[in-house]
Design a protein around this ligand. Structure first.
Ligand code: ADP
Ligand code: ADP
Length: 229
C-alpha cells in the first residue's frame, strides 16, 4: 500500500498547534484533523456525539477513548485523507496513541511528531485572548493575531466568540489533564525517534518556518506555497 503522511502535533492547550497545523496542511495538501473542532461541530449541531462529549468538554476532561478513537478512525477513512493527515489534539493519552499506531501502520505509521514548546504563562495568555469564528472555526487572538475587523472573521465575516472552555476555571483543569495524561506521549514518541521540538515562543510565521525546516530533516518534504514563511 502507498505510504501516507501522518503528523501528530503535541503541546499544551494554547501552544499554537491548531494555528501551525492549519498552515502546514495547506502546504502539504492533506487535511488538518482537530478532534476538538469535530467535537465542537457536533456540539453546535446537537448530534448524539455532541451531547455525549458536552459534559466532558465543559469540565476540561477527555471524552472517553472508545468514542474518540472511533471518530478519528472514521475521519481518517474519508477520501480527502487518502494521502494522510495532520492530527491536532489527538492522541491525548497512551491508549489513543496505540490506537493511532494500529490505524496508520499499514500506511507507514506516523511520520513525525512536532512538539510546540511554550511556557504555561504564554499558553494562558494565548488561551485567554483566543477567539474562534462561529461559522468556520478559524482561530484568532485579540492581541497577537487580530482579525482585520474587530469581532468578525476575515474569511467569512462570521462572529468571533470565546470558547466556554477557554474561561480560567476550565483552563486550569485542561492544563492538569495535559500534564497527567497527554505529556507521557512526549516520551512515547521520543523513544520511537519521531519527536521534533519547536520553539513556540516566536511569531506565528517564525514557528512555521522552524517547523518546516525540522520536518524536512525528518524526510517530510513541504512544497513552497504562496505565503510560505
Ligand atoms: P486545545 O486546542 O485548547 O487543547 P481542543 O480543541 O483540542 O483544545 O479540545 C477541547 C476539548 O475537546 C478537550 O478539553 C476535550 O474535552 C475534548 N477533546 C479534544 N480532543 C480529544 C481527544 N483526543 N480525546 C478526548 N477528548 C478530546
Ligand atoms: P492550540 O491548538 O495549541 O490550543 P491555537 O492554535 O488555537 O492553540 O492558538 C492559541 C491562541 O494563541 C490563538 O488565539 C492563536 O491565535 C494564538 N497564537 C497561536 N500561535 C501564536 C504565536 N506564535 N504567537 C502568538 N499567538 C499565537
Amino acid at each position: 500500500m502507498a505510504k501516507r503522511t501522518y503528523l501528530v502535533f503535541l503541546g499544551v492547550p494554547g501552544a499554537g498547534k491548531g494555528t501551525q497545523a492549519q498552515l502546514l496542511a495547506q502546504a502539504l495538501e492533506i487535511p488538518q484533523i482537530s478532534t476538538g473542532d469535530i467535537f465542537r461541530y457536533n456540539l453546535k449541531h446537537e448530534t448524539e456525539l455532541g451531547l455525549l462529549a458536552k459534559s466532558y468538554m465543559e469540565r476540561g476532561e477527555l471524552v472517553p477513548d472508545a468514542v474518540t478513537v472511533r471518530m478519528v478512525a472514521e475521519r481518517l477513512g474519508q477520501p480527502d485523507a487518502a494521502q494522510g493527515a495532520i492530527l491536532d489534539g489527538f492522541p491525548r493519552n497512551l491508549a489513543q496513541a496505540q490506537a493511532l499506531d494500529g490505524m496508520t501502520a499499514p500506511h507507514g505509521g506516523v511520520a513525525a511528531v512536532p512538539l510546540i514548546r511554550v511556557s504555561d504563562e504564554e499558553a494562558l495568555r494565548r488561551i485567554t485572548g483566543r477567539r474562534v469564528c462561529r461559522t468556520c472555526g478559524a482561530v484568532y487572538h485579540v492581541e497577537f493575531n487580530p482579525p482585520r475587523r474587530p469581532g468578525l472573521c476575515d474569511l467569512d465575516g462570521g462572529e468571533l466568540y470565546q470558547r466556554e472552555d477557554d474561561r480560567p476555571e476550565t483552563v486550569r483543569n485542561r492544563l492538569y489533564v495535559y500534564y497527567k495524561q497527554t505529556s507521557p506521549l512526549i516520551g512515547y514518541y521520543f523513544c520511537k525517534g519521531l519527536l521534533v521540538e519547536i520553539d513556540g515562543a516566536q511569531t506565528i510565521q517564525a514557528v512555521q518556518a522552524e517547523l518546516r525546516a525540522v520536518l524536512e530533516r525528518k524526510g517530510v518534504q513541504v512544497p513552497q506555497t504562496e505565503g510560505t514563511p
